[in-house]
Design a protein around this ligand. Structure first.
Ligand code: GLP
Length: 256
């Protein structure tokens, strides 16, 4: 590992991993540790390309019996409005394929974003209330979009945004359409856990990999705290935040 105790110019603690595999393992280690120490508490983990390696490690541990994932309440973070787990282009279907199915996870401790509800706004509020009813998140692991979104809290989202239905930006829709070979249409609305719930988490981990994210990582961690880059709100979490990057994603930071 290049650095385990580095800080950005704004005081954010950053771990620079040698590579993607190490970033994934370090993130999985924190998830494992938090789950072991917090039975009955709530956690949320992201979807996307970035966490795939972390889920592989978690799946191994669940399957060999060294991690009891059922001891916590797991909340999916975000998904497209009107897409269910049965729709291959939903984020929940992605999560199912990358994690829930290989790790044999199902049942009442696995909470899905209620994107199919008749009244999505009310359902989002209930999802939020469920998280708060468990005392908020013990752990939120986040990725970041190229435009600085966290979950699907797009630029313009306020720092106190609750879990809700959101309009997706063209950038996010294009970024996510690229995951599907058949040029699938990405809906223009999504439901996401709100910034506020992430920022209240007892522990927040941001994982980012690759040179393509170096610029947005620097803006989020060393730029002004602004709704233009929702990832910049993470700076306010101070010591509760751990950022795990590979070398390429850390390239534009001033670390010491
Ligand atoms: C997606 C998801 C986010 C994710 C981010 C980064 O659109 N809504 O939860 O963290 O964008 O995705 P990736 O890791 O594939 O770059």
């Amino acid at each position: 590992m290049l650095g385990s105790d580095l800080k950005t110019s704004t005081g954010v603690r950053v771990v620079v991993a040698d590579d993607y595999a190490q970033m994934s393992r370090l993130a999985a280690d924190i998830v494992t540790e938090v789950i072991a120490g917090n039975p009955g508490k709530a956690i949320t983990l992201p979807t996307g390309g970035t966490p795939r390696g972390m889920y592989e490690v978690l799946t191994e541990r669940i399957n060999d019996g060294s991690l009891d994932f059922y001891s916590v309440e797991f909340f999916c973070m975000d998904d497209y409005l009107g897409k269910s787990i049965d729709d291959d282009t939903s984020l929940t279907a992605w999560l199912n394929g990358a994690f829930l199915k290989p790790a044999n996870l199902s049942g009442p401790t696995i909470h899905f974003v209620p994107t199919m509800a008749d009244d999505p706004d009310a359902a989002a509020q209930r999802y939020d209330a469920q998280i708060q009813g468990l005392g908020g998140f013990e752990l939120a692991v986040l990725g970041i979009g190229n435009n600085g979104h966290i979950g699907f809290n797009e630029p313009g989202s306020p720092i106190d945004a609750e879990t809700r239905v959101v309009d997706l930006t063209i950038e996010s829709r294009d970024q996510n359409a690229a995951y599907y070979e058949d040029g699938s249409q990405i809906p223009d609305k999504a439901m996401t856990v709100g910034v506020k719930r992430f920022l209240e988490a007892r522990r927040i981990v941001l994982i980012v990999s690759g040179a393509g994210k170096a610029e947005i990582v620097a803006k989020a961690l060393e730029g002004p705290i602004s709704s233009d880059v929702p990832g910049s709100y993470l700076q306010t979490a101070k010591d509760r935040l751990t950022v795990i990057l590979d070398e390429a994603a850390a390239a534009n930071l001033t670390l010491s």
